[in-house]
Design a protein. Structure first.
Lengths: 168, 107
């Protein structure tokens, strides 16, 4: 991936990530999250993970965020009324997040393999990632794949039960 | 300047920190839920970066990591469905999405 594109999409992802947290309007937050996910999908494509990038757009930016917007509009959430905030809790939360970022920076600075650029793909290599992921998924990771199928079934039943008005 | 593995890991870490700060600082339960999604995606980005960095014997990326990303996306989608159903049920019972109004279990 060319450096310019990397910086463009990295900044897009991070700026709209901040917008998710900073917006007071939940609809604006959700739309910022969509743009953030689009930037992430572009970063995935830059890492030659085209299938994951497409899945990211289809599942996240498409299905999941539509579900979020749907619920926000169903609950008719407006811009939050300003409330009295607890400054101690706010400072504590911010300090924990800053400490986490500082720790990450220290770890990354000492992570020697991370300072070398990505190895080049062999010349003329064809990225056939859908086939490769499919083969790995159905051979090496077959059992987890079926467990995930059961998990989705359980989640679907759970959502139906939770959405019932009267629990009996 | 070449883009190294650390650049991607830094973006991933910053994105995780943003989501983490959102979970700690925001009081709207739906925004907190969106920040959780942000953190899951930050993890996905570092997985994909490592997948591209650790090329196999044939010189192609390590696809085990991308299968793991696939699983994370699937589980996250299921989690969103269940979580939003819980939020809707909560809103029906309490008519609020503000976490400070939902303190029944608070000691």
């Amino acid at each position: 991936m060319s450096p310019i594109l990397f910086w463009l999409f990295a900044f897009m992802t991070l700026v709209f990530g901040v917008a998710v947290v900073a917006n007071r309007n939940p609809v604006a937050s959700a739309l910022s999250l969509v743009v953030c996910f689009l930037g992430l999908a572009a970063l995935f494509a830059g890492l030659d993970a085209f299938f994951v990038g497409v899945i990211q757009i289809l599942v996240y930016a498409g299905a999941v965020m539509v579900l979020f917007l749907f619920i926000i509009m169903l609950l008719d959430l407006r811009v939050e009324a300003r409330r009295k905030i607890n400054p101690l809790a706010y400072a504590g939360g911010g300090a924990v997040a800053l400490l986490f970022a500082a720790e990450l920076w220290l770890v990354l600075k000492r992570f020697v393999p991370g300072h070398s650029p990505f190895p080049d793909l062999p010349t003329g290599a064809k990225i056939d990632d859908v086939r490769a992921i499919g083969t790995t998924l159905f051979s090496t990771h077959n059992l987890p794949f079926q467990v995930v199928g059961v998990l989705i079934l359980v989640a679907t039943i759970g959502v139906v039960i939770l959405s019932k008005r009267e629990l009996k | 300047m070449n883009i190294t593995l650390n650049h991607y890991l830094a973006v991933s870490g910053l994105l995780f920190t943003i989501g983490f700060a959102g979970v700690l600082l925001r009081r709207n339960i739906i925004i907190i839920f969106m920040c959780l999604e942000l953190m899951l995606n930050a993890a996905n980005l570092s997985l994909v970066a490592f997948s591209r960095y650790n090329v196999g014997a044939d010189g192609l990326p390590n696809y085990n990591a991308q299968v793991l990303v696939f699983f994370i996306i699937t589980v996250a989608a299921a989690e969103v469905a269940v979580g939003l159903a819980i939020i809707v049920a909560l809103f029906r019972a309490r008519a609020t999405t503000h976490v400070e109004d939902i303190a029944t279990l608070k000691f």
